[in-house]
Design a protein around this ligand. Structure first.
Ligand code: G3P
Length: 217
């Protein structure tokens, strides 16, 4: 299973990358805006160089195939490891069909149902991103949606990879792994929490204290 980092914060990306457990990165316009980045191309290129050769998703901001296709061409030219994020709307999937025929990697985003994920696969998406947390915010079972998509893709040998997105906590990550989702993309805070267990801290404290006692005896 791949773990990606979901942020527009360069320091978080550098730190996560230095830990050696990250395979890729995702961004969206909200995450980029949160960091105040005005130079979208520059920041995506920087993330691509930090994460290289892992994939980095950069999102389109138009809504017709006519505009999405040239926008995707432009984004795809920024770095060899960039993946173009396209919204799951009819015009978006029309663009994905053309782009996949051209060998451009796409991440179909804003997916909230298995039916939508099936359409993304039919269009030739490289990745599809079901948004777990946002479904749970509406009292819907986000992880069930991920499980159904994974099962449906497996039934037909579909190559589109499932990115568990809109993750709120570590349980989402382990559930995604158990379900066989290909990727989980995590906020930095969730990645940090994956390391945490009180017994690790207590155990380490005990080992070091005993070691110190031995040196002093
Ligand atoms: O990048 C897509 C997704 O992970 C966003 O998550 O927290 O805004 O629902 P969130």
């Amino acid at each position: 299973m791949q773990l990606w980092i979901d942020t527009g914060n360069l320091e978080e990306i550098r730190t996560a990358q230095s830990w050696g457990v990250i395979d890729g990165a995702t961004t969206n316009p909200t995450l980029i805006a949160k960091e105040g980045h005005k130079d979208f191309k520059g920041v995506i290129q920087e993330i691509c160089s930090i994460i290289h050769p892992g994939p980095v998703s950069a999102e389109t901001v138009t809504t017709t195939a006519e505009k999405l296709i040239p926008e995707a061409h432009e984004i795809a030219s920024w770095a060899p490891n960039v993946v173009v994020k396209i919204p799951l709307i009819p015009e978006g999937l029309k663009a994905v069909k053309v782009l996949s025929g051209e060998g451009i990697r796409t991440n179909v985003t804003l997916c909230f149902s298995p039916a939508q994920a099936l359409l993304a696969a039919k269009a030739g998406a490289t990745y599809v991103s079901p948004f777990v947390g946002r479904l749970e915010d509406r009292n819907e079972d986000g992880m069930r949606v991920v499980e159904d998509i994974v099962d449906i893709y497996a039934n037909y040998g579909i190559a589109t990879q499932v990115i568990t997105a809109s993750i709120r906590d570590t349980l989402h990550v382990t559930q995604a792994a158990l379900m066989g989702a290909h990727i989980a993309t995590l906020p930095f805070a969730v990645l940090k929490r994956m390391y945490d267990h009180p017994l690790t801290d207590i155990g380490l404290e005990g080992f070091l204290a005993d070691w110190r006692k031995l040196q002093e005896s």
